[in-house]
Write a protein that binds this ligand. Structure first.
Ligand code: NDP
Length: 399
């Protein structure tokens, strides 16, 4: 299958290496991004590590016209959108125009508003259905594996899922005073928004990072974990209507939070334009330019991530708990792909989603979230492709 990857950042780098490692399925690979030199550098690294030749190209993915020209030139069967959430709709439009299938790792977000939800992309369902094309949404780790874990639990371990807590811990140390693990602009927009969780059929809003508690992560220990809104909650409560409460927790260290507070207090998290020396700039975009590039964190990154789903529900008339998780070492990820664990845990599932599509296992016209497909072959590949998972039955969920 011919696949076209859009983007050449941390996540795209990992996904491209993994795609190349599965060259028997992905026979032709193209990488296109805004800055072609980054694609060329990545292609050279893939040739060195995986001994696979990759084509590269340049595209501004904000432009449907440029995307259509790109797709007509390369004629891929699937586009893996690993650029930024701002480009989701333009890429989906171009895919429809050119008859190409689509996959991404983050839902659409308008540039001028720090707000994300699936409604914009779900609105494309009928168009993809009519075109006979598949769109797979949110196929990173969270969203992505978190949805597959939930679908796997529902299929094999529960008659009814009632309580779902997605827990995301990064216990790594990159030895920088402050850095984000993926695109700083997207990351800071996400973390500074209000918290939200699902309870008894409605959303409950909280202050940003207002609710927190210690949770114990395997092989790591207790870490202060903060309740945040995360996009997969929206699709999971829709696709598993028995869920009474769904929450998302992420760990942050005190140093990180202090930096974040200062960034906000001094106006550097603003996403509106300000005039500086006669030039209009967006403070958060300027901040991105001076912060460490998440792609450069890998070399000195120690420790590991631990992400999983803690689920309580009913099986055979009895209450049970289930915890399924993966731990990923930053150094192991770096050795294999040159990127740190957060890019790795996102890029590997993106490749597996593409693999599911290529094998015809996740192929049905329309726009789908990952939990709407069969989780079993995906779970099998997680074990083979570098993100093995573990289960705890009837343990203490702490939640
Ligand atoms: P990076 O900033 O490292 O990479 C983004 C890439 O997209 C860059 O190569 C950038 O080009 C390119 N790009 C940006 N705008 C355009 C454009 N208009 N046209 C063409 N290319 C463009 O981000 P990450 O790799 O860290 O993240 C990639 C995606 O993964 C994001 O959407 C992020 O939200 C998502 N993500 C999902 C996670 C999950 O678990 N589901 C977790 C982490 C991230 P240039 O180099 O020129 O700037």
């Amino acid at each position: 299958m011919k696949v076209l990857i859009i983007g050449a950042g941390g996540v795209a780098t990992v996904a491209a290496h993994k795609v190349a490692q599965n060259h028997d399925v992905f026979t032709d690979i193209v990488i296109a991004s805004r800055t072609k030199s980054k694609c060329d550098k990545l292609a050279a690294d893939i040739l060195k590590r995986e001994n696979v030749k990759v084509e590269t190209d340049q595209v501004d993915a904000d432009s449907v016209a440029q995307l259509v020209t790109l797709l007509k030139k390369h004629k891929p069967e699937l586009v893996m959108n690993l650029a930024l959430p701002y480009q989701d709709l333009t890429i989906m439009d171009a895919c429809l125009e050119c008859g190409v299938n689509y996959l991404d790792t983050a839902n659409y977000e308008p540039k001028d508003e720090a707000h994300f939800e699936y409604s914009w992309q779900w609105a494309y369902k009928e168009k993809f259905e009519k075109a006979g094309l598949t769109a797979i949404l949110g196929c990173g780790f969270d969203p992505g594996v978190s949805g597959v874990y939930t679908a796997y639990a529902a299929k094999h371990h529960f008659d009814e899922i009632q309580y779902l807590d997605i827990v995301d811990c990064n216990a790594g140390n990159h030895h920088k005073a402050f850095a984000t693990n993926f695109n700083p602009e997207i990351n800071i927009r996400e973390i500074t928004q209000k918290g939200r969780y699902w309870q008894d059929g409605k959303w409950v809003q909280t202050g940003a990072l207002e609710i927190h508690k210690d949770l114990t992560y395997p092989n790591i220990g207790p870490r202060d974990s903060y309740l945040m809104y995360h996009e997969e909650l929206e699709s999971l409560v829709k696709n598993f209507p028995s869920i009474k409460r769904a929450r998302f927790w992420m760990t942050f260290g005190q140093e990180y939070l202090t930096h974040l507070r200062v960034i906000q207090d001094i106006g550097m998290a603003r996403i509106d334009e300000v005039e500086y020396n006669g030039v209009k700039i967006v403070p958060l975009q300027f901040l991105k330019a001076v912060l460490p590039n998440p792609q450069d964190l890998g070399e000195n990154y120690e420790g590991e991530t631990s992400i999983g789903c803690r689920i309580r529900g009913i099986k055979d008339g009895k209450e049970k708990t289930y915890y399924v998780y993966n731990n990923c070492s930053h150094q192991e990820a770096y050795k294999e792909t040159g990127m740190q664990g957060v890019s790795y845990t996102t890029g590997v599932p993106a490749m597996i989603g593409a693999l599911m599509f290529a094998k015809g296992l996740w192929k049905k016209p329309g726009v789908w979230n990952v939990e709407e497909f069969d989780p079993d072959p995906f779970m099998e590949q997680l074990n083979k492709q570098g993100l093995p998972w573990h289960e705890v039955h009837n343990g203490d969920l702490e939640l």
